[in-house]
Design a protein around this ligand. Structure first.
Ligand code: HEM
Length: 545
């Protein structure tokens, strides 16, 4: 047998190892860069520990074989146990608690359970769209991630715990305190393993403890609210507080309930990172929006309302969601280790039939930024092409490039919830909002901790939103301006002369709704503020394609 190939990696410094090759404030971006340089497998050494990274579809598929490998609970995952103990995400393979929690929680995150919360999810999404389309003054900049984080927390709390938080109403650019606490906790969990313990204790324990306290207080208040407002609702929170594990007969302790009420929003917070990336990809690929709107018109109807049964029918929208998961890598990777041999054998583990050898207990991290862009699988891997994620094209893809929800028994327990959220929010946004880039030249740059998100990315809401934000709109044209023939106006839009509009304004009288509609008219850029035919032409271009 030929000798194994040495696993490559950056040379590093004596004693310090590769500490300078990984930016502690943007670890996943550094790993993506290293994956682009070294290819399918590479290694680094930090504080005396060697970590192997896997960045190809074939190798990812191999180490997802659960007969040989399992989840590695180490580094940041162990650190976050300070906040959530032996919860689903953080439990070691040998801990009995994982099975107990899993059997209690899984039935309440099944496709049917998730579908039963469709109306609540819709309600939250409508609130966000109303927020975005309310501010129709030209040029109001939105930071999608913050608003989507609020939407996600609101939807998680409402659907799984039956509590409305009011997070979507936060002022523009502000987030619910739980979101900041989750970010502080996960960022600290990522950094702690790479700092000397004494430094963590001396300088960073304050932030660490404060974030933990905020998250656990948030959860305790949710539990208390349910105790005080028992409604007979049998949702996930009910199961956490009351259900019995069918196998052991165990129930969760009060502390374990809090652990899981904190864990769910942390897991769920990956979804808004993905939707933020979707908005960016849609702005960069307007032809995808046109195709998606054709599908929405066909299945939901031009004036129709999205219903639960549409979720499984919107195949192209599903393709957009999968292609975003592939390219955005919202959950950037996960950890794997060899299953220890029962006989204590410490021989090296062979990968790719012996091409690479790793130690019997070698921790590995799957870097999805490499795996999901593997040129051996994807033509033009950096391009956003939802078509490759639809029907047979998707089915034929190798399993290694479909790991955005993790693997096997430790795969994402929230994947059906996440799927519903991603398809519903994506469909509603494409149907009801026209996005415009603030910076047309923006190139995707991400940072993050347990999840990654586009940074410094803003958008403004364009005109179509106006037409969907109100049931009917009357556009008054300044004298001399006409809508060119061939322009299709969305339903509910009426065009009148300036004189007729003045009459309508007067007729609005004290009716505040009517007044609001009239106010909206004033904010339509181009059509009313300019008196040139060219302005009407610009408006036409922005009318629904
Ligand atoms: C786009 C959305 C999401 C993505 C991409 C995602 C991705 C992942 C991945 C890759 C894992 C495996 C982690 C590992 O092996 O260490 C995971 C686990 C997990 N996720 Fe998600 N997730 C998403 C949404 C959610 C949601 C909505 C929830 C909760 C409602 C959730 C809760 C969890 C939990 C509790 C685990 C640990 C499961 C276990 O080990 O048994 N995730 N997720």
């Amino acid at each position: 047998m030929s000798s194994p190939v040495t696993i490559p990696g950056p040379p590093g410094l004596p004693l310090l190892g590769n500490i300078l090759d990984v930016d502690p404030s943007n670890t996943w971006w550094s790993l993506r860069t290293l994956a682009e340089k070294y290819g399918e497998i590479f290694k680094i050494r930090v504080l005396g520990h060697e970590i192997v990274f896997v960045a190809s579809a074939a190798l990812a598929e191999e180490i997802c074989d659960e007969t040989r490998f399992r989840k590695f609970v180490g580094g940041p995952v162990v650190e976050i146990r300070y906040a959530v103990h032996d919860s689903l995400f953080t439990a070691y393979d040998h801990e009995e608690s994982w099975g107990i929690h899993h059997r209690i929680i899984a039935p309440h995150l099944s496709p049917d359970s998730v579908a039963a919360h469709f109306d609540e999810l819709l309600l939250c999404t409508d609130e966000l769209i109303a927020k975005w389309t309310k501010k129709l003054e030209p040029g109001v900049k939105f930071q999608p991630l913050k608003d989507l984080n609020n939407l996600n927390l609101e939807a998680t709390a409402l659907t799984l715990f039956g509590k409305k938080l009011g997070a979507i109403d936060m002022k523009e650019g502000e987030e619910h305190p739980m979101i900041q606490a989750m970010e502080d906790a996960t960022s600290e969990a990522m950094r702690r393993p790479n700092r000397p313990k004494l430094l963590n204790w001396l300088l960073y324990n304050g932030k660490w403890k404060k974030a933990t306290k905020t998250m656990r207080t948030f959860a305790a208040e949710i539990v208390q609210y349910r105790t005080e407002h028992s409604t007979g609702r049998k949702d996930l929170l009910w199961a956490l507080m009351n259900a019995t594990d069918p196998q052991t007969g165990n129930k969760l302790t009060e502390s374990q309930v809090i652990d899981e009420v904190v864990t769910m929003p942390i897991g769920s917070s990956t979804a808004p990172c993905s939707i933020t990336a979707t908005i960016l990809f849609l702005l960069q690929n307007p032809e995808v929006v046109v195709k998606a709107r054709e599908e929405l018109d066909r299945i939901v109807g031009k004036d129709g309302a999205l219903k639960q049964e549409h979720v499984s029918q919107l195949e192209y929208i599903q393709g957009i969601v999968r292609e975003t998961l592939r390219l955005s890598c919202a959950a950037p990777g996960f950890n794997i280790e060899p299953i220890p041999a029962k006989n204590g054998d410490k021989s090296p583990i062979l990968l790719q039939g012996g091409k690479y050898h790793i130690a019997h207990n070698q921790p590995m991290i799957i870097v999805l930024a490499g795996v999901n862009r593997d040129p051996a699988v994807f033509e033009e891997p950096h391009k956003f092409k939802p078509e490759r994620m639809v029907g047979d094209n998707f089915t034929k893809l190798p399993a290694g490039v479909k790991k955005w929800f993790g693997n096997g028994k430790r795969a994402c327990i929230g994947k059906h919830w996440a799927w519903e959220f991603l398809v519903v929010v994506t469909a509603k946004l494409i149907k009801e909002v026209d996005f415009q880039a603030v910076d047309e030249q923006y190139v995707l740059k991400q940072d993050g901790w347990f999840n990654i998100r586009p940074i410094d990315f803003y958008f403004i809401v364009a005109m179509t939103a106006i037409f969907t934000a109100v049931s009917a709109v009357t556009i008054s044209l300044p004298s001399g301006v006409t809508i060119p023939s061939g322009v299709t106006l969305p339903s509910g839009v009426t065009v009148v002369s300036a004189a007729a509009s003045a009459t309508a304004t007067a007729a609005a009288g004290s009716d505040s709704n009517a007044k609001a509609k009239v106010k909206r008219q004033v904010n339509i850029p181009g059509l009313q503020t300019s008196s040139t035919a060219a302005a009407a032409g610009t408006a036409k271009a922005k009318l629904r394609a």
